[in-house]
Write a protein that binds this ligand. Structure first.
Ligand SMILES: O=c1ccn([C@H]2C[C@H](O)[C@@H](CO)O2)c(=O)[nH]1
Ligand SMILES: [Zn+2]
Length: 136
């Protein structure tokens, strides 16, 4: 468990936004609803949910949809991810998948990652989850 760089209010708002995003999830195939929320360095929070497809491999994770939403909603060339929270409808331990870790890394090598672990909310960093992430 890492020390959080967020205020308690920021953390609760991020978790609340990720939890609300669960209701928007489109997951008729796996029935595994995922909600995520990105906190940018400007202090704004953006939600995302997983969106599946009948062609299963085209399904998109909640984390990457939240990042896309943050980019669209930020109106700047790029964003900096301060933190990302992720939760799921089954309340099982679930950290971002490998693809999402690399995409988080792209927009915040110091990002905090808050996810539902085995014993409730767990704090980590993208550096811990993705050692030696790829950058150009
Ligand atoms: O971190 C994760 C892991 C899985 N999923 C989605 C993809 C798919 O729709 C469903 C089951 O894998 O969960 C996410 O959104 N984020
Ligand atoms: Zn993913």
């Amino acid at each position: 468990m890492n020390q959080s760089i967020l205020t308690e209010v920021e953390k609760q708002q991020l978790i609340e936004t990720a939890t609300q995003a669960l209701d928007k999830s489109y997951a008729p195939y796996s029935k595994f609803r995922v909600g995520a929320a990105v906190l940018t360095s400007t202090g704004k929070i953006f939600p995302g949910c997983n969106v599946e497809n009948a062609s299963y491999g085209l399904s998109m994770c909640a984390e990457r949809n939240a990042i896309a939403n943050a980019i669209i909603g930020s109106g700047k060339d790029t964003i900096k991810i301060k933190a990302i929270a992720v939760t799921n409808s089954q309340k099982v331990s679930c950290s971002p998948c490998g693809a999402c870790r690399q995409v988080i890394w792209e927009f915040g090598t110091d990002a905090e990652v808050i996810f539902l672990g085995n014993n409730g909310w767990q704090n980590s960093t993208i550096r811990d989850l993705l050692p030696a992430g790829f950058s150009l």
